[in-house]
Design a protein around this ligand. Structure first.
Ligand code: C2G
Length: 136
C-alpha cells in the first residue's frame, strides 16, 4: 500500500485545495492530510486565517478524500509523521518547489502544479467586498 502525506491550512477550502487533494490521493492508496494548528500558522506568518482548526478539519473531512487527518503543530513534525506513519510520498503544491527537498531523505517528494487563479487570500477579499456591498 502506497501511503501519501500532504499538509496545508485549508482556510476557506476552495477548488484549488480540492484539486490538490484529489491528485495527492491519486499518487497512492492511502492519503494522510496534515492540517496546520492555529499557533503553528501564526508562527509561520499566516495571520489572516479566518476559520478555526476544527472548521478547517471539518472542511477537509467533508471532501471525503482524506483517509486520515492529523494536526501539524510544530516545526520538524513532517519528518516525525513520515516515520510514524511509514509514508512513501510527501506531496505539496508547486508554490513550495525546493522547500521540502530535504524530505527526500525520508520518502519521495512530489510537487504538484498549483491551480492558477484561486487562493484563500482571494476568497477572503471577495468575502470582504461582498460584506461591504451588503452594507452599502
Ligand atoms: N494549493 C494549490 N492551488 C491553489 C492553492 C493552494 O494547489 N490555488 C495547494 C498548496 O500548494 C498546498 C495546499 O493546496 O499544497 C494547501 O494550501 P494552503 O492551505 O495554502 O497551505 P500552505 O500554506 O501551502 O501549507 O506545513 C504547511 C504546508 O507546508 C503547506
Amino acid at each position: 500500500m502506497v501511503k501519501v502525506i500532504t499538509y496545508g491550512t485549508y482556510d476557506l477550502l476552495h477548488y484549488g485545495h480540492i484539486k490538490l487533494l484529489e491528485r495527492a490521493k491519486g499518487l497512492g492508496d492511502y492519503l494522510i492530510v496534515g492540517v496546520t494548528a492555529d499557533d503553528f500558522d501564526k508562527n509561520r506568518g499566516k495571520i489572516n486565517v479566518q476559520q478555526s482548526l476544527m472548521e478547517r478539519i471539518e472542511a477537509v473531512r467533508a471532501t471525503g478524500l482524506a483517509d486520515k487527518i492529523i494536526v501539524e503543530e510544530y516545526e520538524g513534525q513532517k519528518i516525525d509523521d513520515i516515520r510514524r506513519y511509514d509514508v512513501d510520498i510527501f506531496t505539496v503544491g508547486s508554490d513550495w518547489v525546493g522547500k521540502f527537498d530535504y524530505l527526500n531523505e525520508y520518502c519521495k517528494v512530489v510537487y504538484l502544479p498549483r491551480t492558477e487563479g484561486i487562493s484563500s487570500s482571494e476568497v477572503r477579499s471577495k468575502q470582504c467586498k461582498l460584506r461591504m456591498g451588503f452594507a452599502a
